[in-house]
Unconditional design. Structure first.
Length: 130
């Protein structure tokens, strides 16, 4: 079953394959983290500015790393994707915001809006507070 993000809830699991907009493998899910909205700021405001877009506004912390997470598409956070290395040694991470997830094939793969090169170029830096 394939779910379009934002329309229904879906689940991402550790080890799930992550592919780009062209179907090229980027890596596998290492873990998922959710943003915790700052107190006194509406969750919609945090969503509208995007996680990490405006330091000090909208997000004050993140959930502990989760190996399995279900979300509705209305939350902010990151899918941390591991790529490269051998048997986990020397692997690097890409910190993909939830907003880049376009489709999920239940239990199998997560598809992103960006190409592999765009994802690695834009999301290789670990977000502040993570």
């Amino acid at each position: 079953m394939e779910a379009i993000v934002g329309a229904v809830a879906f689940t991402a699991q550790e080890g799930m394959l992550v592919v780009d907009s062209e179907g090229e493998e980027i890596g596998r899910i290492d873990h998922v983290v959710r943003a915790v909205p700052a107190s006194g700021i509406e969750e919609e405001v945090a969503e509208s500015v995007g996680v990490g877009d405006v330091p000090g506004l909208g997000v004050t912390s993140f959930s502990p790393p989760m190996t399995t997470a279900t979300w509705t598409g209305s939350e902010s956070g990151y899918v941390v994707v591991s790529h490269g290395g051998v048997m986990g040694i020397g692997a690097r991470h890409v910190y993909v915001p939830f907003s880049e997830v376009t489709r999920v094939q239940a239990g199998e793969r997560l598809m992103l809006h960006c190409t592999a090169d765009q994802c690695r170029a834009n999301y290789s830096a670990k977000p502040a507070g993570l």
